[in-house]
Write a protein that binds this ligand. Sequence first.
Ligand SMILES: [Zn+2]
Length: 295
Amino acid sequence: MLKNFALIVFTILFVASHALSAEPEVVKLAEGVYGFIGKEGATNSGFVVTDEGVIVIDTQGPKELALLLKKKIQEITDRPVLYVINTHFHGDHTFGNQYFKEAKDIISHENTKKNLIERDQQNRGQFKKFFGERSLEGFELTPPTKIIKDTFTLQAGGKTIELAYLGRGHTDGDIIVYLPKERIMFGGDLLYKERLPWLGDGHISDWIETLDKLKDFDAGVYVPGHGGIGDSDVLLNLRHYLIDLQLEVKKYIKMGKTGDEIKKDISLPKYKNWFKYNDWLPLNAEKAYKELTGR
Ligand SMILES: [Zn+2]
């Protein structure tokens, strides 16, 4: 018993320290444009350094990572943070907001602000499940101060940054951040690279349509919310995954299988090397089943 307990404590400490020791990497994508890329599919952020100040795209969740992001920005520039953009409401992208309070505005879609405020307790619970019971010590909810409904263009210090809400997908308030001159797209969690998407708040059919609209942007570099930087394949592969997931679940429904059976039996070998394949495929299948059957 004691041995088991010690093993559990050791495992928790190891996993927690490992999660934070695998530091995100700062990648320069263009003049003044950087990705802050989590290891092994962990959460990505970005930042744009302009002549006037810095625009931060997603503030990370755990305090250590938010402060690390801040430190990495300060190593590159001594200009202040002008704006923060939250691509969607999930804690791993927004709970670091409190460390960027000097920003003139924290910008998001209206539903992101709403979800952060109205679902606060639920969001905190979800966050602790991922990052541990003590991960929210000192946390203060810091919601967006400026909301957008569809599109918004941010001009700051010589940089143009377009924000757009294209419809429901990973949540009901995802916005993408697009730099037309640099042809760089920060997709938030509308984009995942080589990692199964989290569908807990997602809408699969809408997501596929939203990804189709995303193809209209002339981007060469895509920074997903999770996974490494890539080209338009990031978008196309995730779109294929969502379609394959739906097709496979439809096939099982036709065979008369129940939701629970599908959850247990489904396999999508094409994606077996993506992060979270074993953990999230049953959940993804359950979501697809519910959407397709309306149950
Ligand atoms: Zn998310």
